[in-house]
Design a protein around this ligand. Structure first.
Ligand code: CP3
Length: 304
């Protein structure tokens, strides 16, 4: 997650010359950024350089990136009906995927946001605003989620057609909902997105483990944060588990990075359905040497 982010000096150099929107929508540049961590750090898979919020353009909204995605004007309940579908806005992304597939020697992971998390960046008031929709305008929220889901399915299908090998779904803000709300506003959409993808799917949601009983039968891998050890989650599900190191551990001295990585590997040592990874995105000021140490430690690990 955010492996191509601001912690790489090559990325920061490119970013001085180009806006985020330019990077996301210029296939040559997006390709270059996607390849950076693969060339520099030897990961097993690349993640497409794009953003979960590019989908806003397909809903006819104006999107800019400052300190994060900015939608202007933001969506109000009375706007939902009139949101159009402007699918051609996303086509540079298919071109990026085609270029990447010609150059990559590792699999390429595409992605989208889950409708609830995308909606939380679209509506007036952001995360606080969307909680108002949950209680005051639940039907308009469902309708908005439905529209985002349709656009996301189109988005996923086109990524797969252009060549991505797997899809990751991000529901970064699902943790602000109660169980009942999660069952209504999140879970049904996971099923539809997973069905539409037709390639392996990895699902990330903050505090996913709170809903493990509800998601343990979904046909997807689970990307887990660090709130509960993977070996504990394993007791409840046979799904592939990804994670779950706290990204802040990369600020520790390198020998601690090595030790914590080994501890995770050891805790999952006979598990064939385990992907060693961070439990969330890499922070911008993370030392590259720490990321390298983590990757090397995983590479050197010989399962008993
Ligand atoms: O690993 C990668 O770099 C792949 C591309 C990728 C980006 N965003 C690029 C990006 C992916 C997979 C995402 C997902 C994303 N985007 C999520 C879900 C994952 C998560 O973090 O929970 C969310 C919620 C977003 C929305 C978003 N995009 C925010 C809130 C921000 C600003 C805050 C931040 O952490 O940077 C962005 C900007 C963004 N998207 C950057 C990158 C590399 C930062 C770029 C920069 O400032 O130069």
């Amino acid at each position: 997650m955010r492996q191509a982010g601001r912690y790489l000096p090559q990325y920061r150099e490119l970013r001085e010359k180009h806006s985020l929107r330019e990077l996301f929508f210029t296939p040559d540049l997006a390709t270059q950024v996607t390849l950076m961590p693969i060339e520099e750090l030897d990961f097993d898979a690349a993640i497409l350089f794009s953003d979960i919020m590019t989908i806003a353009l397909a809903l006819g909204l104006k999107l800019d990136f400052q300190e994060g995605p900015k939608i202007d004007p933001m969506v109000r309940p009375e706007h939902v009906d009139a949101l159009p579908f402007v699918y051609e806005t996303l086509s540079p992304i298919w071109e990026t995927i085609r270029l990447l597939k010609q150059q990559l020697s590792v699999p390429l992971i595409g992605f989208c946001g889950a409708p609830f998390t995308v909606a939380s960046y679209l509506v007036e008031g952001g995360l606080e605003g969307i909680k108002k929709w949950v209680y005051r305008f639940p039907q308009q929220l469902e309708w908005l989620l439905e529209k985002i889901a349709c656009a996301s399915i189109f988005y996923l299908e086109n990524q797969v057609q252009a060549g991505v090998d797997a899809i990751q779904i991000f529901d970064s803000w699902a943790n602000v909902l109660s169980k009942e709300q999660f069952l209504r506003f999140c879970l049904p959409f996971y099923r539809r997105l997973i069905d539409a993808a037709k390639v392996p799917v990895i699902l990330f949601a903050r505090s996913l483990v709170l809903h493990i009983e509800e998601i343990k039968d979904l046909p997807c891998a689970l990307s887990c944060d660090w709130s509960v050890p993977l070996s504990t989650i394993r007791k409840t599900t046979t799904q592939t588990l990804q994670g779950n190191l706290d990204p802040d551990f990369l600020y520790a001295p390198l020998d601690v990075v090595r030790q914590e990585t080994r501890q995770l590997l050891l805790s999952m040592k006979e598990d064939r359905a385990f992907i060693a990874a961070l439990g969330h995105g890499i922070k911008p000021d993370t030392p590259v040497a720490a990321v390298k140490t983590m990757v090397q430690t995983v590479r050197e690990w010989i399962p008993c």
